[in-house]
Design a protein around this ligand. Structure first.
Ligand code: CTP
Length: 400
């Protein structure tokens, strides 16, 4: 399952540290190469020798080895394909969330560019504490993956949330993610995001509230599965971190049309998430329009429907997906758009749920396919919604 993968395990001071032995063993059995780093308090719960024997590698617990040799945390971080910190104590979690780097595990964490998974283990109240929950939110916002603790009997005798997830399950979660990671290798993907601005004069425009968050999350998720992504973005202050995403900034619907028609013929998948203006001013004043008595009328002309234009030239082996934002007859209208624009599937956004929609970090979607099947998802973070959309594209590619 994990043949050739480099797994770095970080072990911190929690009673669940004893499970690190099993975790190491399972990763080795799955074919991975494993290295282990520990905090000094983790060494009170399990010996470095145990983990060294099981991982077949030297275990680091300090910046210097007993012989005085410096342990290079930067090299270690770049060696890792995945860094999994299990168990993660409340203390180390707090340090990670605040960028503190006073031991080798933390300096390695700060140097790691690979996916980071964290499996907390602590007592019930410690896990529930607002400080811990805030730290978890910070780590999630850094793009790390939480392996949530299970519910059950804790070492303290209390029962509740806080037990580190079973080592076999941790290996299973990471292996599944790594398998998905290569699903879009060599695939070219076009994603649009954000609003468009249609100029009225040099200082004013018609726009909308789209932040670009959903489209950016889709672009990142596609790249996370190995795709080469062209992200055509309307005005947005968001940043892209993944180097496999090439960003092309546009302002107006016309500029977005030109960019999309350029990239689409060479794309395997296109997901059109942008909130494109349907109308633009009939003429753009060269000078700032001065205020005058009475009312003012602005004549608008329709913009080109980018998605519909792509639907017309779409080849059989290309996947084309659009978004729909509806306020009434949601599913019927979305299904109608799917047909009219010749899409493989359409993502229906809900405006009704608290926290969902423009600017927020959450979204609630349904995916409607050509087969008229509706898949309705729960309210989720835009990152998780992006994964659902990517998975839908992967399933269509697998069927092709
Ligand atoms: N879209 C597009 N070009 C436009 C308008 C919309 O490519 N000029 C795309 C959007 O990116 C989205 C989909 O079409 O993927 C649906 O957009 P939406 O505004 O919901 O639908 P419209 O077709 O514009 O219809 P209406 O606004 O009447 O609902």
């Amino acid at each position: 399952m994990l043949e050739g993968k480099n797994i770095l395990i970080g072990v911190t001071g929690s009673i669940a540290a004893y499970k690190a032995a099993e975790l190491t063993r399972f990763f080795i059995k799955a074919g991975a190469r494993v290295k282990v780093i520990m905090t000094t308090s983790a060494c009170d719960f399990i010996t470095p020798l145990t983990l060294s024997v099981l991982s077949k590698n030297k275990v680091l617990a300090d910046f210097y080895s007993p012989g005085g040799e410096w342990n290079n945390h930067v090299e270690l971080a770049s060696w890792a394909d995945v860094f999994v910190i299990a168990p993660l104590s409340a203390n180390t979690m707090a340090k990670m969330a605040n960028g503190i780097s006073d031991n080798i595990l933390l300096t390695t964490y700060l140097s790691a560019a690979c996916p980071v998974y964290f499996a907390p283990a602590m007592d019930l109240e410690m896990y529930r504490h607002t400080a811990t929950q805030k730290n978890i939110a910070t780590l999630l916002s850094a793009g790390h993956k939480l392996i949530p603790p299970g519910n059950g009997e804790l070492a303290s005798g209390l029962t509740g949330e806080g037990r580190m997830e079973d080592p076999a399950k941790i290996v299973e979660i990471i292996a599944a993610d790594l398998l998905v990671k290569n699903k879009l290798l060599k695939k070219k993907v076009l994603v649009t995001a954000g609003p468009t601005y249609e100029s009225i004069d040099p200082v004013r425009f018609i726009g909308n509230h789209s932040s670009g968050k959903m489209g950016f999350a889709i672009a990142e998720a596609m790249a996370g599965c190995g795709a080469e992504v062209s992200l055509v973005s309307g005005p947005s202050s968001l940043k892209i971190l993944n180097p496999s995403v090439k960003r092309h900034n546009v302002t107006s619907a016309e500029e977005m049309y030109e960019a999309c028609m350029n990239f689409f013929p060479g794309s395997d998948i296109a997901v059109m998430c942008a909130a494109v203006a349907d109308y633009k001013p009939a003429s753009v004043s060269e000078a700032k329009i001065k205020k005058s008595e009475g009312s003012m009328e602005l004549r608008l002309l329709p913009t080109r429907d980018i998605l519909a234009s792509m639907g017309k030239i779409k080849k059989k082996n290309q996947i084309l997906a659009g978004f729909a934002l509806e306020t009434e007859n949601e599913e019927e209208n979305a299904a109608e758009k799917l047909k009219k624009k010749n899409l493989d599937f359409i993502v229906l956004n809900s405006m009704k749920d608290k926290g969902a929609g423009f600017g927020g970090d959450f979204n609630k979607i349904s995916i409607i396919g050509r087969d008229h099947k509706h898949i309705r998802f729960e309210l989720k973070s835009k990152r998780d919604v992006a994964s659902d959309i990517v998975n839908k594209c992967i399933s269509l590619l697998d069927c092709a």
